[in-house]
Design a binder for this molecule. Structure first.
Ligand code: ADP
Ligand code: ADP
Ligand code: MG
Length: 482
């Protein structure tokens, strides 16, 4: 029996709940933190204790000092950062080290070097990992534009102008010609500074109509690194993932093996520990190129858990507490298919505009064989508009691809969320689309399948009806009371 550890979860929403569940299953204790807009969030209720860290919004979840203080106050000896917020900030890992708190993730040095896309590319190039041609950080001002032009002359357009410190699909711009490069260059720098507190940008050749293929890896502190197979995350909007699939089944077994081995090699080259994701782009000729390493738990880790039968968060915690990985590569068997859909409070028809600030009037979730839900909402919750729009992740498992899509369709049909608009009706079109059914999609899928946006949205009618029912209900009460 290992000792009980108090672990602070430095996050909110569905991922805080996901992590708290793993902590409690391990018989440890979970400490939640929250800002005022999140005071009704379910992660607070299920944690063993909760610490209010400020009014926020966002600023307190991003405040390393407050997070460390909350951990100390609660007597927590480890912190799990989840994804987003401080998860990829090397200063949190560093502050944990200084405070004698275990950070559940890689070391601050590893996070720092991999969080910088240019440094990461350099390390990977040295290790012989394939990647598309790109520049170093471009110099400030006119000189940088000149460097960019030289690169463009040599490699041709289109190019990706990327924020070196970027993430979450932000800070990426495609430039198709010299004019766009000139127009975008300084804007990109300014935006990078505002968003990531670092104005560095660099150029990378565009991979045309690529598939996004990534590999889940996990490494212990004793030098063992294994992979848990591939995921396809090509279905995106604005370079952000919407639907994720495991495995990336369009790859041949040989190519899968090669990409997975390359990912392990990349992780080892970076002295990686704990769970991480190595992202690649795959072109139509099946060439693959390193894109980045995410030094944290990924939103879509659930699909890998379904096909590998391994609880990644439980493993993360154990590894961080010093345990060796109990499995070797040959012990890992991947079977079946899993699909995750991010059910967001967004209006797909209106450029996926967030629908935060609305109250969930009805919440009825599906269940049954092969169905997993990771959410934080309930009927009556007003979705705080200060945070991201992810309400719940629907992950389904099936033996074959067809079975998995059939199950997904059944779940989406049974999933009722009213109040905000959600991505559910859009996904219902998606599961009926013949290309999706065939497994034929790349990152241009949404742009080339505009009929997916063609559905009737009943949200406003349903909301009107809900209000009417509430009014009648209220009237009834008054009459009775009077
Ligand atoms: P994943 O790569 O796990 O699929 P996303 O790209 O959707 O996840 O990012 C997960 C969350 O983390 C999102 O809420 C996103 O906005 C946030 N995020 C990721 N990287 C950054 C970053 N560098 N700065 C701020 N937020 C980020
Ligand atoms: P983030 O850190 O925001 O996740 P990534 O570098 O991982 O940024 O890129 C996110 C997405 O942007 C990719 O999944 C892909 O759709 C697109 N993308 C990034 N780089 C390229 C590229 N060189 N060519 C084509 N698409 C790209
Ligand atoms: Mg990425």
């Amino acid at each position: 029996m290992s000792a009980k550890t108090k672990i602070l979860v430095a996050n909110r929403g569905e991922i805080a709940i996901r992590i708290i569940r793993a902590i409690q299953e391990l018989n440890h204790e979970a400490v939640a933190i929250y800002e005022t807009p999140d005071q009704h969030s379910r992660h607070i209720r299920i944690a063993n204790e909760a610490v209010w860290i400020g009014d926020g919004p966002r600023s307190d979840y991003l405040n390393i000092d407050k997070v460390i203080k909350a951990a100390k106050r609660a007597g927590a000896t480890a912190i799990h950062p989840g994804y987003g917020f401080l998860a990829e900030n090397p200063l949190l890992a560093k502050a944990c080290d200084e405070a004698g708190i275990i950070f559940i993730g890689p070391s601050s040095e590893v996070i720092e070097k991999l969080g910088n896309k240019v440094t990461a590319r350099r390390i990977m190039a040295e290790a012989g990992i394939p990647m598309v041609p790109g520049t170093q950080n471009l110099s400030a001002g006119e000189a940088g534009l000149e460097e960019a032009r030289e690169f463009a002359e040599k490699y041709g357009y289109p190019l990706m102008l990327k924020a070196t410190a970027g993430g979450g699909g932000r800070g990426i711009r495609r430039v198709n010609n010299d004019r766009e490069l000139r127009d975008q260059y300084s804007v990109a720098r300014q935006e990078a500074l505002a968003a990531f507190n670092d104005d560095s940008v660099y150029l990378e050749k565009v991979v045309l109509t690529p598939k996004h293929v990534e590999v889940q890896i996990i490494a212990d502190n004793q030098g063992k690194t294994v992979h848990l197979g591939t995921r396809d995350c090509s279905i995106q909007r604005r370079n952000q993932k919407l639907v994720e699939i495991a495995p990336a089944f369009h790859l041949s077994p040989e190519l899968t093996e090669e990409i997975c081995e390359t990912a392990v090699k990349a992780a080892k080259a970076a002295n990686y520990t704990n769970a991480g994701t190595v992202e690649f782009l795959l072109d139509s000729d099946n060439n693959y190129y390193f894109m980045e390493i995410n030094t944290r738990l990924q939103v879509e880790h659930t699909v890998t858990e379904m096909i590998a039968g391994i609880d990644i968060v439980r493993t993360q915690i154990k590894v961080a507490l010093g345990r060796e990985l109990l499995f070797e590569q040959q012990d890992i068997f991947l079977r079946g298919h899993a699909i995750e859909m991010r059910i967001n409070a967004e209006d797909p028809k209106n450029n996926f505009m967030p629908e935060g600030g609305k109250t969930i009037s009805v919440y009825q979730s599906p269940g049954g064989y092969g169905v997993r839900l990771d959410g934080f909402c309930y009927q009556g919750l007003t979705i705080p508009e200060e945070y991201d729009s992810l309400l719940v992740k629907l992950t389904v498992f099936g033996w074959s691809w067809n079975e998995t899509v059939d199950r997904l369709k059944r779940c989406l049909t049974n999933f009722v969320i009213t109040g905000p608009k959600t991505t559910i009706p859009f996904y219902l079109n998606l599961v009926n689309d013949s290309d999706f059914r065939k497994g034929d999609f790349d990152t241009s899928y949404l742009d080339t399948h505009t009929h997916l946006f063609d559905y009737e949205d009943f949200t406003s009618e349903v909301n009107k009806l809900a209000r009417l029912i509430a009014e009648i209900h209220h009237k009834g009460k008054n009459t009775y009371a009077a």
